[in-house]
Design a protein around this ligand. Sequence first.
Ligand code: EPU
Length: 336
Amino acid sequence: MKEYTNYSLLPYNTFGIDVKAASFIEYSSVEDLKNILSRDAFVSRPFLHIGGGSNLLFTTDYAGTILHSQMKGMEVVAEEGDSVYIRVSSGVVWDDFVAYCVSQGWGGAENLSLIPGEVGASAVQNIGAYGVEAKDLISQVETVEVATGSDRTFTNEDCCFSYRQSIFKNELKGRYIVTYVTYRLSKNPVFNLEYGNIRAELGKYGEVNLYTIRQSLIAIREDKLPDPKVEGNAGSFFMNPIIPRAQFEALQKVYEKMPFYVVDEERIKVPAGWMIDQCGWKGKVLGRVGVHNKQALVLVNKGGATGQDVIELSKAVQAAVKDKFGIEIRPEVNFI
Ligand code: EPU
């Protein structure tokens, strides 16, 4: 276990915001975690559990305790027919898990290659890309209850997953800490290649297998999304709004080329990035922050930005989209 006071969070948020935490604790076992949760000093202050810091925007120094899991390890816990169940510790880097599955020939996670962050957060955020979401793979989520230190296992259904949502972000926010996630992969995977330009990119490799799909996804992401080591960012800054079908059909009469995804009979998801682009914000810079020039859904730190700079830009972008399309777009990134 590692403990620090007045600790810089610069390496722990991909936006590259320079703030400090009053207390920062990294633990490497469930036992250590329970020990921390029972301390008076912990109970008396606010806390925040972070993963890879790829979905956070720090707006000020953090006055409480930041927790980070250093629990590592992956273990196959069951095999049933074509399915492999693998139990992964919360602190494992998400893409290390994906790479491992691909190397073993287990399918399911390959479309989620190179998503930043850690395994614990994959269950909280229900991360997703290219037609696959973490919820499609998650079998169960093991947690520790903050108030009591007791263990609780959530089935996939218990987690109430939906687009970028789970019970851990909503009703149970701040009440449970994820310790292990068990995923179900397939030894005979059905590839999911219909989204965006996956097929076009795959064409460059000649063969379609888990490895070439992973390489294609990595190439697509690297081309469109800025490297946080070069320009701070948190991936998609906004969620894609889900709107009633009638509202979409009215918009489609005006904007014939508006891309969309059908959620169900009544609801349509529209890409916020496309709308921001249409508003002319793609590539625009506002002081120390800007809208990425290859993907308008991503806000970037041009160097030395504060959380407030990012908030101001995000408000201007939200207002432009509301004005042109009558749609509220909401941040996917969590403001702290
Ligand atoms: N588009 C534009 N201009 C832009 C950006 C997008 O016209 O600047 C258009 C695209 O041409 C496409 C549509 O908008 O027709 C959707 O764009 P894209 O496929 O790039 O996906 P997205 O909706 O912008 C979502 C996820 C991404 C994920 C991609 C691929 C959210 C909030 N974002 O983005 O996730 O990688 O789909 O599945 O759902 C992330 O969460 O950090 C993230 C990168």
